[in-house]
Every structure is written in C-alpha cells, then in structure tokens.
Design a protein around this ligand. Structure first.
Ligand code: PEP
Ligand code: MN
Length: 338
C-alpha cells in the first residue's frame, strides 16, 4: 500500500503521522519519489491500516498496491517520466539513439565507433565491460580496463556512456564511468540486486527478462522505484518463444503497451530482439514508428571479428543507413531522432 503525504507538512504533523503508523504496527518505509513524500506499507493485511489512515489530515491519497506494480504505473503517475542525462532528455519526445559494440574489446575498436557516432550526432555510446555470458569460457569482457576505455572514448567525443552492471558489488566502480547503468535480461529478476540499484543515484536501463511477462518486468521496475531511485528506463529486447528461427521474438507491441501501462520511458533493442543483423535496421525503424523513446543498437567496426554478438552487430555503414532511416520515420510521425 502506498500512502502519499500532503506536500509541506509541518514537522509536528509529520511526527503525529509517524506515531499513528507505529500505533497501527505498520511496517513501513518512507521514500521521496517524483517530488512526493511516500509511505510504503508492507504489512500483509493493509485493510485496517488503510481504514485508520483514510481520514488522517496528513494523507493526500492512499493506493492499494495489492500484488501489482503501482509506482511504475500510469494509474499512479499519469505524467510521463523524463530522464535527463547530461542535458539529453529521455522520454520528453525526442527519440534517443544509443549505439556501440556489444563488448568493449580494444582502444582502437571503441574509439573508431565513438568517432563515427559523434560525426553522425549520436549522443550515447554503449559497450559492455563485464559480460554475462552463457558459457564461462566465452569472452567475459575487459572489466575495469573496458570501463576506462569506453569512458575515455566518450569523453573524447562528448558522448554519454551506457554499460552493463552485473553485480551489486560493482555499483561504485561502474558508477564512476557510466551515465546509465544497464541491467541485463538475465538479471531482471535478481530482486536483491534491483533493491541495491534502487539506492543508487544513477539512471537504470532495465532490460526485459527473456522470459518475463510485461507485468513481471514492471514489477522489477517497482523494486528499483520503491527503494527511491526514480530514474528507470525500460528496454524491450525480445523474449524467448517457441519459434527458434530467430534468437528472440521482438515484442514490438510492448512499446505502446508500456506507454499505456507506465509513465517510464521505453527503449527498443532490435539487436538482441532479433539476433540477426539483416533484420535489425527494419526493426529499428519500426521501433521509432511504434513510439519508442529511444533505440539501442549494436554496431562493430568489424562484426566478423566481434568477441560477442557479432551476428547481430551492424557494420558501420549499415548503422549510418539505419540511423538516417530512423530520422526519416521520425519526421513522418513528428518526432526528432537524435
Ligand atoms: C547486451 O546489451 O549486450 C546484453 C547482454 O543484453 P541482454 O541483457 O538484453 O541480453
Ligand atoms: Mn550483446
């Protein structure tokens, strides 16, 4: 249950309210989110507490969360959430482009991609330094050296950094280098980890779990929000279905559906969504048409030599073409692709 307190309560009124919570034996957490003072109540039976608080003068409104996401819902917050990353706004109308290799592999590789992105006017670079691979014998990423490389390439070309975090022990390390912390599909339901990320002062890019329903994904976002981090960006990256002719089934309808159910921005990742570079450009364009707040895509200077996800990584030339196609689609629907 979520209790929204009235704005600018006096200290005295707050104390009285907190006393009444204690009296009701409420198990609660106090959080500030989107400028609202919230009391999140975790008791198993909230009926009696809700009844007792319903006419409390300090209370603006009470929302029953039941077993559903609430803070992530557009029912709770109808205004879209906008996340400002060093002056670039995600969720405010422009479609942001984030591009780069699956993994940071070398200085030469990441600098050549950064140069291309900045020449095109793209403002974000992606690249993993810690990779959650299916096999322990596959390339695991360059670790801190990878972080250092992507950050120096980003600084040289005035780009913002998106990189994956795979464990809560890395929060301080990755926060030093990244502007957005990416939570991968495999970690979407690592609830303890999500709670830790809820305490971080950095935007979180929460990818959809490969087996996750939309409500489970929004619940994962709720874990982060309910710990006080209001900057969550969702990312559709395809799900596993019975159809094995593609790596994943890209759920394009998730984009307008998320906009209906939630106030959080949603990006599309057609690279993991398809797993096949010949399908990525069309799905990137379709994502813009579907209303995505941004597109994140893998591009590599030489995909045949990529240490991870080469088959879905675009050639630089292909990326350029896709990016201009996205701009044309954006123009047709009145949205600027940046
Ligand atoms: C990635 O972005 O390279 C990645 C591992 O993505 P996902 O978690 O969606 O598989
Ligand atoms: Mn990848």
């Amino acid at each position: 249950m979520i209790v929204t307190l009235r704005n600018s309560l006096s200290a005295h009124a707050e104390n009285i309210f907190i006393e009444s919570l204690k009296h009701l034996q409420a198990q609660y957490l106090r959080k500030k989110l989107y400028g609202k003072d919230l009391i999140l109540i975790f008791n198993s039976d909230t009926q009696a507490i809700a009844k007792a608080l319903s006419d409390n003068p300090s209370v603006e409104r009470i929302d029953y969360s039941g077993k559903q996401y609430r803070l992530a819902s557009s029912a709770w917050k109808p205004e879209r959430t906008v996340i400002d990353i060093k002056g670039v706004k995600i969720g405010a109308g422009d479609v942001v482009t984030i591009a780069g290799p699956c993994s940071v592999e070398s200085e030469e590789q990441i600098f050549s991609i950064a140069k291309m992105l900045s020449e095109l006017g793209v403002q974000f670079i992606r690249g993993g330094a810690y990779k959650p691979r299916t096999s322990p014998y596959s390339f695991q990423g360059l670790g801190r050296e990878g972080l250092r490389l992507i950050k120096s390439a980003a600084d040289a070309y005035n780009l913002r950094v998106v990189t994956e975090i795979i464990d809560s022990s890395m929060i301080d390390e990755i926060s030093e280098y990244a502007d957005i912390l990416q939570v991968g599909s495999r970690n979407m339901q690592n609830f303890f980890f999500l709670k830790q990320l809820g305490k971080v002062n950095k935007p979180i890019l929460l990818k959809r779990g490969m087996y996750a329903r939309i409500d489970e994904w929004l619940m994962a976002a709720e874990y982060i929000l309910s710990e006080g981090n209001e900057e969550v960006i969702l990312c559709e990256r395809g799900i596993r279905t019975f159809d094995t002719s593609v790596r994943n089934t890209f759920d394009l309808a998730a984009i307008p559906l998320i906009h209906k159910l939630s106030h959080l921005p949603i990006l599309a990742d057609p690279s993991h969504g398809t797993g096949d570079r010949s399908l990525v450009p069309q799905m990137g364009l379709a994502s813009v048409a579907a209303g995505a707040d941004g597109v994140i895509v893998e591009v590599h200077p030489d995909p045949s030599r990529a240490l991870s996800d080469g088959a879905q990584s675009l050639y630089p030339e292909q990326f350029r073409e896709m990016y201009s196609g996205m701009k044309r689609v954006g123009e047709a629907i009145g949205r600027k692709v940046v």
